[in-house]
Design a protein around this ligand. Structure first.
Ligand code: LRH
Ligand code: MN
Length: 431
């Protein structure tokens, strides 16, 4: 019986012992600073401990580009090893109890054993993801589209695949289904824009009608790639129109990398919140295109401004506000586990900083047309180093004060390299 190395709680506690003194000192100092702002640091600890973000199953393996994928040591080879790595992340940062699966990449051999394997690691399943952007052996091709393909047989195949994803999700306990399609054209004239969108709605209605009553359908827009001239679901406006057309269980998912450079994403978030159609997020960061880089690594202020809108909505108890937070990243040059842990930490940081905004001062400056003090109210919160709060929240939840140091000290990756002999393959592509 092959043994699987696990990072145990005792090792984490032992590592925390070394770090606890400096965290406590920083924590007490920050508590004093926040008290002067009439902020109780324990309220922010509670916010940090309550924060949850799901890990993408396709994110624990090394990612790649169309040029190449440089596989790392100890790559997970199947859904069980992916859940093992998701379990290690959850143990160390305590904010990632859910995993988002992608079908057929994670096609379960037996849903019950997959569900048990997750449960024994304290994990459950977030939104399912269908895949009609790659061809499967013996199936009709999606080269010219899937849910919007001119050939009804291809559309039926794509619809059937989405229905199968929902069935798998039901067996695993998921409550949502994400549909992202790459359908579009590379040349003017290739697609009839209105007919293509009509076909999309027709196909999505069949998928919508197959949803259990307590499920949600997430529409994910993207302005380009793999199509390089037109994309059917290219922006939030088209996504919103479709979600409205489909019904109350349909919502709009915002993948941060799916917008043209400099688009005001926090404003799109505010709109979808106001319209009661925000599904949630695929968090990542980018400099140019859909780079799928680590969250908060390129534009941390934008991430903060997005959470500023989310916290404002939460504090105002807006209707239909129940966003799903998921990561969707590609880790091409880092250890995926380290990147996913730090990304979860950076999202928690943005959330806690957004709770630090003096909303009375902000509203006052907005009503008095004082832009400088309005911006200052936000920057004052963004400038706060809430790291001691994040560390203390992890420690109190049984996680690691310093997840990266503890992970590296555990030699988890070396152990996995021994347990998981590498498949010799020179490949390209995102996974
Ligand atoms: C498309 C996308 C989508 C996933 C895929 C892995 O760019 O963001 O959410 O299906 O990445
Ligand atoms: Mn995405």
């Amino acid at each position: 019986m092959t043994t699987h190395f696990e990072i145990d709680d005792a090792f984490i506690a032992e590592q925390n012992q070394q770090a606890k003194p400096w965290v406590q000192e920083d924590y007490d100092h920050l508590a004093g600073q926040l008290q002067r702002r009439n902020v109780d640091i324990e309220d922010l600890i509670a916010k940090a401990r309550a924060f949850r973000v799901s890990v993408p199953s396709w994110g624990v393996g090394t990612g790649g580009t169309r040029f190449a994928r440089f596989a790392g040591p100890g790559e997970p080879r199947d859904i069980y090893e992916k859940l093992e790595d998701c379990g290690a992340i959850f143990k160390l940062v305590r904010s990632t109890p859910a995993v988002s699966l992608h079908i057929p990449w994670d096609q379960p051999d037996n849903a019950a054993t997959v569900r048990d394997s997750a449960r024994m690691r304290g994990l459950h399943f977030d939104a399912m993801n269908s895949n009609t952007f790659q061809d499967q052996p013996g199936k009709l091709s999606y080269k010219f589209g899937s849910l919007t393909h001119p050939d009804a047989a291809v559309r039926r195949q794509a619809i059937a695949h989405n229905l199968e994803c929902i069935e798998i999700g039901k067996a695993l306990g998921s409550k949502a289904h994400t549909v992202w399609i790459g359908d579009g054209g590379n040349f003017p004239g290739q697609q009839h824009f209105r007919r293509a969108l009509e076909r999309y709605l027709q196909s999505m209605r069949e998928i919508y009608d197959a949803l259990p009553d307590d499920w949600r359908l997430f529409i994910e827009h993207k302005f380009y790639e793999p199509a390089f001239y037109s994309t059917v679901i290219n922006d939030w406006g088209t996504s919103y129109y479709c979600a409205r057309e489909l019904g109350p269980k349909a919502f709009c998912l915002v993948d941060l990398g799916h917008h043209a450079p400099n688009v005001n994403i926090e404003m799109i978030v505010a709109r979808l919140i106001q319209f009661g159609k925000l599904a949630g997020f695929h968090f990542n960061d980018s400099k140019y295109g859909d780079d799928d880089l680590d969250s908060g690594s390129i534009k941390p202020f934008q991430l903060f401004l997005i959470f500023n809108e989310l916290v404002d909505a939460e504090l105002n108890h807006l209707a239909n506000f129940n966003p799903a937070y998921m990561l969707d990243q590609s880790h091409n040059v880092t250890d995926p586990i380290e990147s996913l842990m730090l990304s979860a930490v950076e999202l928690t940081r943005a959330c806690v900083q957004a709770h630090l905004v003096d909303r009375a001062a902000l509203a006052d400056a907005q009503e008095k047309c004082d832009p400088l003090m309005a911006l200052e109210a936000l920057k004052h919160a963004f400038r706060a180093d809430v790291s001691p709060i994040l560390a203390m929240a992890r420690e109190r939840a049984g996680g690691a004060i310093d997840p990266i140091a503890t992970y590296r000290a555990s030699c988890y990756r070396r152990h996995k390299a021994e347990e998981r002999p590498a498949k010799q393959s020179v490949a390209a592509g995102i996974v």
